[in-house]
Design a protein around this ligand. Structure first.
Ligand SMILES: [Ca+2]
Length: 127
C-alpha cells in the first residue's frame, strides 16, 4: 500500500467512524425523546416537571377544568420543564406577572437564565 493510499483509507475510516457516531447520537436522541415524559402528557393537560428535560412521568398535571390552582410545593418557583397540551396562564403572584401558553408550548429548561419557571406559582385557564 502506498503512503497516499494509506492516507486515503485512513481518512475514509475516520469519516465512517464519524458517521457512525452521528448515527448513534441521533438514535440516542430519538430514544431520549420517546423516553422523556412529553409522550406521557395527555391531551388537554399542561404537564410540569421539577427537573429539566421532562424526565419520566410528570411531577404534576393541570387541565383547564381544574381552574386556577397553586402549584404543589416542589414546583413552586421551581418548574424545570413543561409541556402544554392545553392553553393556560402561568402566574407569578408577587410581583404579579403572567405568561400565556398555548397548545404546543414547552420548555426543557424553564428555570435557566431567570426564566419564568424560577418564578411561577399558579396556573389558570386564561390570563
Ligand atoms: Ca413566585
Amino acid at each position: 500500500m502506498t503512503k497516499t493510499r494509506a492516507r486515503i483509507v485512513g481518512t475514509l475510516s475516520v469519516l465512517m467512524l464519524t458517521g457512525s457516531l452521528f448515527g448513534a447520537g441521533s438514535a440516542a436522541a430519538a430514544d431520549g425523546a420517546e423516553a422523556n415524559g412529553a409522550a406521557d402528557c395527555g391531551a388537554n393537560e399542561i404537564c410540569f416537571w421539577a427537573d429539566n428535560d421532562m424526565p419520566g412521568a410528570p411531577t404534576w398535571r393541570w387541565s383547564p377544568g381544574s381552574g386556577t390552582l397553586n402549584l404543589p410545593p416542589e414546583l413552586h418557583d421551581n418548574v424545570g420543564s413543561f409541556q402544554a397540551n392545553a392553553a393556560g396562564c402561568f402566574i407569578d403572584t408577587d410581583p404579579s406577572e403572567k405568561r400565556g401558553v398555548i397548545v404546543g408550548d414547552y420548555s426543557n429548561a424553564y428555570k435557566d437564565d431567570g426564566k419564568f419557571g424560577s418564578r411561577i406559582d399558579q396556573v389558570a385557564p386564561g390570563c
